[in-house]
Design a binder for this molecule. Structure first.
Ligand SMILES: Cc1cc2nc3c(=O)[nH]c(=O)nc-3n(C[C@H](O)[C@H](O)[C@H](O)COP(=O)(O)OP(=O)(O)OC[C@H]3O[C@@H](n4cnc5c(N)ncnc54)[C@H](O)[C@@H]3O)c2cc1C
Length: 419
């Protein structure tokens, strides 16, 4: 049940957005004793947090923008169902984002981003395990590592510098030969010449179930739920909804995923945020045994053995948040899955598209607004929103409670988009 809050009711914290990040922020604030209100346009509706690949991908401490990617990107763009797609009508709007994306590949910037990502990722389990425990999700969290597989020697060699950097940053991994890959994941086609086993990666059985459990827990801890579209932050302590009502809170947390930039703009904060639309197909009757998440390096897709089926997903489509989904991308991913996991059964396959809230430097936006310090940001997690949800929430809780944040927040500040 949801309720509308009158102008007079003042919470300690209003969280805008009930995806995994907003709910985690609400959970952490409630545990600090705050009175919390959550606003979402549709608490039960679909969102990125429901259909993702379920990976706790702590090894992903280098940005998406990799040196040399633009040559590959040009090739990918020619293939209409390749891993990267751009709606050219959307290009003028997205151009500043792409220019900043390119800047993120500069060596010094690339190193700085990687260090900042590693700082977050290296404490993910400190924060997410207690959250899973508290919401009753521990039994659906599988810690079997993950396996990246390579079809060619060239691609494996080309990624070595990145793997070495990831190791320097704290990731544990070891290389495997073709035979070891086959022994590790016998269901894969015998096409892979190399593998990289990622010890610390894990996955959840169903991301949607995690969101539901967290939402139920947050409700049980006393949060108020307000259904409505947040149009703007009207004043340091008030969110204006589409129906002209106001929700009041001493602090306001913006966790509206790919839709967060308009709310930041309403108080004058600039951010570069795009929806990097991803697709997948979930196969409930798959009939194969995968032991862990598998990442197909050259084709840029993953297969995760979820409780609800094997989910084959990936793709990065830039078309804005409002464009209708093109489920031919799910079909293309499915075709890849069938090729690399022979015999997989796609009966009753469910296709899905979700909006990854992507910044050009792959770093989330976490911390107080420099303009309106009562507003705290928690969005822009791109490929890692599930992974970094509880850590983001812990940092936001530090800010809300005026504690020294457990990590320095400067690399994640929205102020980096000022210039
Ligand atoms: C194909 C795919 C695979 C992925 N795989 C992984 C993975 O394996 N591991 C991982 O860590 N991450 C993964 N991700 C990324 C992850 O799903 C996202 O980063 C994460 O879900 C973002 O969470 P969020 O809470 O910020 O946004 P969302 O889940 O999108 O939630 C935003 C919420 O804000 C609400 N909202 C928005 N605007 C308003 C408004 N104005 N007023 C009221 N409510 C509003 C929406 O209704 C929604 O509930 C994947 C994403 C995709 C698409």
């Amino acid at each position: 049940m949801t309720m509308n809050v009158s102008n007079e009711e003042m919470s300690d914290v209003v969280v805008i957005g009930a995806g995994i990040v907003g709910l985690a922020c609400a959970w952490a604030a409630l545990r600090d004793g705050a009175r919390v209100t959550i606003v979402d346009r549709d608490f039960e509706g679909d969102r990125a947090s429901h259909g993702n690949a379920g990976g706790i991908a702590v090894t992903e401490s280098t940005p998406i923008a990799v040196h040399g990617m633009f040559t590959k990107a040009a090739k990918w763009l020619i293939d209409p169902l390749g891993p990267l797609a751009l709606d050219w009508k959307h290009l003028p709007k997205a151009l500043p984002w792409f220019m900043a994306f390119r800047r993120a590949t500069e060596p010094a910037r690339y190193q700085a981003i990687s260090h900042a990502l590693a700082l977050l990722n290296n404490r993910v389990y400190d924060d997410i395990l207690p959250m899973f425990d508290d919401i009753g999700a521990t039994s659906m969290h599988y810690r079997q590592g993950a396996l990246t597989v390579y079809e060619t020697d060239e691609a494996f060699a080309a990624d070595q510098a990145e793997w070495m950097l990831k190791r320097e940053l704290g990731a544990r991994w070891h290389a495997m030969n073709a035979q070891q890959v086959r022994e590790c994941e016998p269901a894969l086609a015998p096409l892979f010449r190399h593998g990289v086993f990622l010890d610390d990666w894990s996955h959840v059985g169903d991301p949607r179930r995690i969101v539901t459990l967290l939402r139920e827990r947050v409700r049980a801890l006393g949060a108020r739920f307000v259904t409505g579209v947040a149009r703007a932050i009207e004043s340091p302590d008030a969110v204006l909804l589409d129906d002209a009502t106001r929700v009041k809170g001493r602090r306001i947390v913006v966790a509206a995923g790919a839709w967060s930039s308009a709310l930041a703009k309403s108080i004058g904060d600039r951010v570069l945020l795009e929806s990097e639309r991803g697709y997948n197909a979930t196969l409930p009757k798959h009939g194969v045994r995968l032991n862990r998440e598998v990442i197909f390096a050259e084709r840029k897709f993953v297969a995760t053995p979820l409780d609800v089926g094997v989910r084959i997903g990936g793709a990065a489509e830039f078309a804005g948040v409002d464009a209708p989904p093109n489920y031919r991308r799910s079909d293309a991913l499915l075709a890849l899955g069938k090729r690399f996991i022979p015999g997989i059964d796609d009966t009753e396959a469910m296709k899905w598209m979700g909006n990854r809230p992507a910044t050009p430097d792959s770093l989330p936006v976490i911390g107080a607004s420099p303009r309106v310090p009562s507003v705290v940001y928690a969005f822009g997690h791109g490929h890692l929103g599930l992974t970094q949800s509880a850590t983001t929430a812990a940092l936001v809780a530090d800010v809300l409670a005026s504690r020294t944040p457990r990590l320095p927040l400067a690399p994640y500040s929205i102020a980096r988009f000022e210039n």
